[in-house]
Design a binder for this molecule. Structure first.
Ligand code: CP3
Length: 347
């Protein structure tokens, strides 16, 4: 049952069609900077919030109702996939993700299983069905997963890191084991994303938050090779956006995967990204999330500068990475409203 979507700006932009204005959403928009979310946090643990479809639905809709973004993104986490593959994942206050029994060698791979996603991740599909019902076609719903490389980073390092040196050493010292793990994650992710589409996701985003830690050659070997499989398996059903933070040296190769959209961060100028990516792909980004802490007048001015730099068409306004927890809601609204009010005809 295909539901008509009233505000389909993002879908049209991803297809390369002209739109009356640039669409906008914010990575990590569902969550920690919203008082309405923080209230729920007091009552339920993080994974309880993910596993309960009613709560996940409520949190997903908050930024649509409160901030007025042009898309909803499923409230969940990339780490539900390692969890479904049999790993324990905790979220520790102030520390972030913790996987107490990380993968260190071939023998540890025995502990990793290929899950039936319809069993282990069914709660996500139930949440998506509920969200689609509650959205009632207001805006599209973005489903997502972590890229295999970024998930390997957490599964091997066991926690967050600035360098993920242990995960990289694992790949360089035991490449065969690394590739076996990456392929298991890829196959699970493809099944998981197909399930999200079957449940109603209108767009998919693959988050490769740590892609920028690899050289161009290693990014191809340990990340893009697997992202390519994911995009190929899904792109005929819904548009796929690939966000590999910091990996802009591979934008041309990422465009060649057939992704409809590519996320970019604020360290690359829009014009340069466009030159590298070619004109057959939609670019998404790239406002520095920390700049949402600047005074509202500055946010408005720099958001307009960003829109001009991308130009009309084939651009989805977004941040260059997730919104920070300490951003005032009014500042997030200033960013979103500036995009919504901006018209290239008025220039
Ligand atoms: O975008 C959204 O609003 C949808 C929900 C979403 C969450 N995590 C909820 C969440 C999405 C898309 C993610 C993706 C995610 N999770 C990534 C990729 C994107 C990125 O920011 O790089 C990564 C690397 C993770 C892993 C993760 N989950 C970390 C490092 C943390 C702790 C630090 C942090 O960012 O808060 C989480 C927990 C998490 N996932 C929270 C939320 C709202 C915070 C927990 C809380 O507020 O209770």
């Amino acid at each position: 049952m295909q539901q008509e979507i009233k505000n389909d700006l993002i879908l049209r932009t991803l297809r390369g069609e002209a739109t009356e204005r640039t669409p906008v959403w914010m990575m990590r928009q569902a969550g920690r900077y919203l008082p309405e979310y923080i209230q729920l946090r007091e009552k339920y643990s993080f994974f309880e919030r993910c596993q309960n479809p009613e709560l996940a639905c409520e949190i997903t809709l908050q930024p649509v109702d409160i901030v007025g973004v042009d898309a909803a993104i499923l409230f969940s986490d990339i780490l539900v996939v390692p969890q479904a593959m049999g790993m324990e994942v905790q979220l520790v206050e102030k520390l972030g993700p913790l996987l107490p029994q990380p993968i260190k060698n071939q023998a540890d791979l025995q502990r990793v299983r290929m899950p039936d996603v319809n069993e282990t991740l069914n709660y996500v599909f139930e949440a998506i069905k509920l969200i689609k019902q509650e959205l009632n076609g207001r805006v599209p719903l973005i489903g997502f997963a972590g890229a295999p490389w970024t998930l390997l980073c957490y599964m091997v390092q066991g926690k967050g890191s600035k360098t993920f040196d242990e995960a990289k050493a694992f790949c360089y010292q035991q490449p065969e084991t690394a590739h076996a793990l990456l392929q298991m994650i890829t196959d699970t992710t493809i099944a998981y994303l197909k399930g999200q589409v079957a449940a109603g996701a209108d767009v998919l985003q693959v988050f490769d938050s740590w892609g920028g830690l690899l050289s161009k050659h290693d990014f191809e070997e340990f990340s893009l090779r697997y992202i390519r499989q994911i995009v190929a398996a899904l792109k005929e059903s819904v548009p796929v956006i690939v966000f590999a933070k910091g990996a802009w040296g591979s934008l041309a190769e990422m465009a060649a995967t057939g992704a409809a959209g590519l996320g970019i961060d604020w360290c690359i100028e829009p014009q340069v990204a466009r030159r590298l990516a070619g004109d057959q792909v939609t670019l998404q980004g790239n406002f520095d999330p920390a700049k949402l802490l600047a005074p509202v007048s500055r946010i408005e001015k720099e958001t307009k500068e960003m829109l001009r730099a991308f130009g009309p068409g084939r651009h989805i306004a977004n941040l260059g990475h997730g919104i920070l927890p300490n951003v005032p809601v009014d500042h997030a609204k200033a960013f979103v409203n500036t995009v919504k009010e901006f018209r290239f005809e008025d220039l």
